[in-house]
Design a protein around this ligand. Structure first.
Ligand SMILES: Cc1cc2nc3c(=O)[nH]c(=O)nc-3n(C[C@H](O)[C@H](O)[C@H](O)COP(=O)(O)OP(=O)(O)OC[C@H]3O[C@@H](n4cnc5c(N)ncnc54)[C@H](O)[C@@H]3O)c2cc1C
Length: 297
């Protein structure tokens, strides 16, 4: 679609906006149009308008689990991180907008004396991305505390209960429903001692700082294979430090493929393939990428 038309349809959008600015990996070609609506109604009206005019829509949360290809993303990209950021409390129930950052939610709920989301401190994405991915850490996952998510789908907002979201290891039904957009999520937490909970959050954060590479990445690139850990098998296959272009299997943690500066999606995809093939050949283990690939080459 002509960019002039996109500008007319979405006057607040930035055109030809490099998405590497919005991804944790610092990789990604341009979005034809990038919109950051201020409220859920803004998201809904943009998605409706895009549909009416045949403009494809891509949703971006915090960009912490995506690999955007070098050709970028056609049509409209809607970024929710830091835009939809309301959090409401009612007793031990919490409702958080899709753009709330998970570490912020972990801190806020712990400070309120509500237990259950401390694990979220290590996950740098948004509430919407966490529903999409059933994000988890330190032995806990989103599915354990999530009650429902409000999802804009097929022209209406539907409150989908936990069981309808089909949350399993780093997966939800949203993986098979492109275009469905999480607007907010509801959680039920347990009463707890704020001092103790804040201590737990701090401890998790410290653990994370120690074991993670200090370079742009998407976190864990691969899912856990049956009965093993991706970092262990990648290291056992002798791949630590392997490089393609500016992408490297981190010497600190082998499941992190880090961008040494100016890396491309092409290199990242090539390194992902090399890791998969090598691990398959040497150890007979099949690795599956956790990161979601968006856009065109
Ligand atoms: C340093 C680092 C550490 C990490 N550690 C962990 C960890 O411990 N555990 C873990 O589970 N993950 C981890 N991750 C991965 C990532 O943070 C999570 O998967 C997170 O849930 C992704 O959220 P996001 O908002 O960044 O989603 P994005 O990366 O923006 O998007 C991921 C997918 O979700 C979709 N999506 C995002 N928001 C919405 C929405 N509102 N509605 C519909 N679809 C949406 C996107 O279209 C895309 O397909 C880590 C990443 C990094 C960079």
């Amino acid at each position: 679609m002509h960019t002039g038309t996109l500008q007319e349809l979405f006057p607040a959008a930035k055109l030809d906006e490099p998405l590497r600015r919005y991804t944790a990996w610092k990789i990604g070609g341009p979005a034809d149009a990038l919109l950051e609506p201020r409220c859920a109604e803004g998201v809904i009206s943009a998605v409706k308008k895009a549909k009416e005019h045949g403009v494809p829509v891509t949703i971006l949360g915090g960009g912490t689990n995506v690999l955007v290809r070098d050709g970028g993303v056609r049509g409209l990209t809607i970024r929710l991180a830091k835009a939809l950021t309301g959090v409401e409390f009612d007793g031990n129930r919490v409702v958080a907008d899709a753009g709330v950052l998970y570490p912020v939610l972990a801190n806020t709920t712990a400070a309120r004396g509500l237990a259950g989301l401390e694990f979220a401190t290590g996950i740098p994405g948004t509430v919407g991305g966490a529903v999409y991915m059933n994000a988890g850490a330190y032995g806990s996952e989103t599915v354990e505390v999530l009650d429902w998510a409000d999802v804009f789908r097929d022209g209406e907002v539907v409150r989908m209960p936990n069981e309808d979201l089909e949350l399993s290891y780093r997966r939800s039904i949203l993986h098979e429903r492109p275009g469905w957009t999480v607007l907010r999520a509801g959680y039920t937490l347990e009463p707890g001692d704020p001092v103790e909970l804040k201590g737990r959050v701090k401890e998790f954060r410290a653990q994370r700082m120690n074991g993670s590479p200090n370079r742009p990445s998407c976190g864990s690139t691969f899912k856990r294979p049956e009965g093993d850990f991706p970092g262990r098998v990648i290291e056992a296959a002798g791949l630590k430090g392997t490089r393609i272009g500016q992408l490297e299997v981190s010497p600190v943690h082998a499941n992190y493929l880090v961008n040494l500066g100016g890396g491309t999606a092409q290199d990242a995809l090539a390194l992902i393939e090399l890791v998969k093939e090598t691990v398959r050949e040497k150890l007979g283990v099949e690795l599956e990428a956790e990161v979601r690939v968006l856009g065109e080459s």
